[in-house]
Design a protein around this ligand. Structure first.
Ligand SMILES: Nc1ncnc2c1ncn2[C@@H]1O[C@H](COP(=O)(O)OP(=O)(O)OP(=O)(O)O)[C@@H](O)[C@H]1O
Ligand SMILES: [Mg+2]
Length: 236
């Protein structure tokens, strides 16, 4: 049985000010626990991608602290990051596929990094790519794929290694309604197996279709909609 106790992500009084003194976030408190599924919403420019970047430690907050998988950020060094990242799947808004690898090789890579042998990694990657409707393009390089196809490759790559934490940035932004439904179904199935998910979208009607709480970013603050009793007062 999965634990509902562990904080996978914890923000304590997090503030972020960019160089040049532009302030994006102030005093954000949030605790996301193992097995949670949150939508992260807000208008374009509200800070969804940047908040995800704080979570995967692509940047550090200028105030407060972010802890991941219960580890004390003060004790962490950059050497700890690869170990933490191996537990995460990240779907970037701009995909970030490796251009010199085919779709299939991109998707198989996280399995190989985890020590799975080449034939097994390739066969699992082929199966999942076929399931998302990409069997006919899996040997092509990213530059020869459409935006929606690249997005599905990025999604497949992120979930391939069965991450404990999935961060998805606008994962249905470039695909048609049918593919979006399939992708959401995939995330729901992953969530049922225990994966913690934070899914950023500016599409609040998408968020409303599903029974998951929503973190709504506005004017540098985070508001929780569908408040659950375990969340802190005075923030999330
Ligand atoms: N390194 C940076 N330096 C200065 N400003 C930045 C930097 N990174 C992000 N910003 C600003 O922070 C704000 C939030 O950007 P972010 O990309 O997180 O928004 P978003 O909610 O993901 O938007 P979208 O829905 O368009 O993807 C924007 O105004 C952006 O210009
Ligand atoms: Mg964004």
């Amino acid at each position: 049985m999965r634990s509902q106790q562990t904080n996978i992500i914890s923000f304590q009084n997090v503030g972020l000010t960019f160089r040049g003194n532009t302030r994006l976030f102030s005093n954000i408190n949030l605790n996301i626990r193992e097995g949670d599924f949150y939508f992260l919403t807000g208008l374009s420019g509200a800070g969804k991608s940047t908040l995800l970047k704080l979570i995967y430690m692509g940047i550090a907050p200028t105030d407060g602290s972010v802890s991941l998988f219960g580890e004390d950020p003060k004790q962490m060094t950059s050497n700890d990051l690869p170990r933490l990242r191996r537990k995460m799947g990240i779907i970037f808004q701009d995909f970030r596929l490796l251009p010199h690898l085919t779709a299939l090789e991109n998707v198989a890579l996280p399995l190989k990094v985890r020590g799975i042998d080449h034939p097994k990694a390739t066969s699992q990657a082929q199966d999942l790519l076929a399931w998302v409707g990409l069997e006919h393009v899996m040997n092509q390089y990213p530059a020869t794929l459409s935006g929606g196809q690249q997005q599905r490759v990025a999604i497949t790559r992120a979930i391939m290694g069965r991450p404990s934490l999935l961060l998805a940035d606008e994962p249905t932004g470039n695909v048609d309604e049918e593919a979006a439904g399939k992708i959401m179904h995939l995330f729901e199935e992953l969530h049922k197996t225990g994966t913690t998910i934070v899914l950023a979208t500016h599409n609040r009607s998408l968020a409303k279709e599903f029974n998951h709480p929503e973190i709504f970013l506005k004017k540098g603050q985070a508001f929780l909609l569908n408040r659950k009793p375990r969340l802190q007062e005075g923030g999330i």
